[in-house]
Structures are given as structure tokens and as C-alpha cells.
Design a protein around this ligand. Structure first.
Ligand SMILES: [Zn+2]
Length: 127
């Protein structure tokens, strides 16, 4: 069955007319999710529910199940994203560590090189 959309672009909900002066009193109708009265936010969309269009318990259950599956799918996606993020972080830490290691080696080699050059220079000066 098709759930109609209201002016807000959202799926509507089933309401029961509780206004005793309304000629549709007691009837079920599709109404805007946000609808309370005309001054409230939300549009004033409403449509009387056809007898053969009424959502029965089974349809409601199916809708709920669909929502549940959708939620679980979203959760799985989120978890995947999280694990990917932690993996990226691990790589980043490793790269950082490697960088520091290279930097240390270069520093030591540089110091040795500088010491050698100075010793050569001092040897030159001593001549
Ligand atoms: Zn609406």
C-alpha cells in the first residue's frame, strides 16, 4: 500500500477525527506529522482513509521491520567507517614513528659528518 506524502514532503500518519462536530467524526484520516492546528507548524494536509486502504497490524509490523533493518544497515556502515578510521590512524602513527626514526638517523649521520668536516678544517687550520 502507498503512504501519501503531505505538503512538507514527509510521510503522513494516521489520525482519528475526535471533533464531535466534524462530519468525519470517528473516521481515520491521513494527516501531516506536524499538524496540530492551522497556526502550528506543518501543513494542513489531510485525506480520509479509504476502508480498503487502512493499514492493518501486519502492514504496520512489516513497516517496523523495514525500519529496523534500515537502522541495522546504517549501524553496520558506521562500524565499517569506524574500523577504517582506526586503521588510518594506525598507519598515521606508524608513518609518524618512521619519520621520527629517519629524522634521528639523519641527525646522527649529520652530526658525525659535521664533526668530520670540523676535524678536517681544524687539521687544515693547524697546518
Ligand atoms: Zn506536512
Amino acid at each position: 500500500m502507498v503512504v501519501p506524502n503531505c505538503g512538507c514532503g514527509e510521510t503522513v500518519v494516521i489520525r482519528t477525527v475526535t471533533d464531535a462536530f466534524n462530519r468525519n467524526f470517528g473516521k481515520k484520516l491521513w494527516g501531516c506529522r506536524h499538524y496540530r492546528n492551522s497556526s502550528d507548524k506543518g501543513c494542513s494536509y489531510f485525506k480520509i482513509v479509504d476502508e480498503d486502504d487502512v493499514m492493518d497490524e501486519r502492514d504496520l509490523l512489516i513497516e517496523k521491520q523495514k525500519l529496523k533493518i534500515e537502522k541495522q544497515k546504517k549501524k553496520k556502515k558506521k562500524n565499517k567507517f569506524k574500523s577504517e578510521l582506526s586503521r588510518t590512524r594506525q598507519w598515521l602513527i606508524m608513518a609518524l614513528f618512521f619519520g621520527f626514526l629517519c629524522f634521528g638517523i639523519v641527525l646522527i649521520l649529520g652530526t658525525i659528518l659535521v664533526c668530520k668536516t670540523t676535524s678536517i678544517l681544524s687539521g687544515f687550520y693547524l697546518k
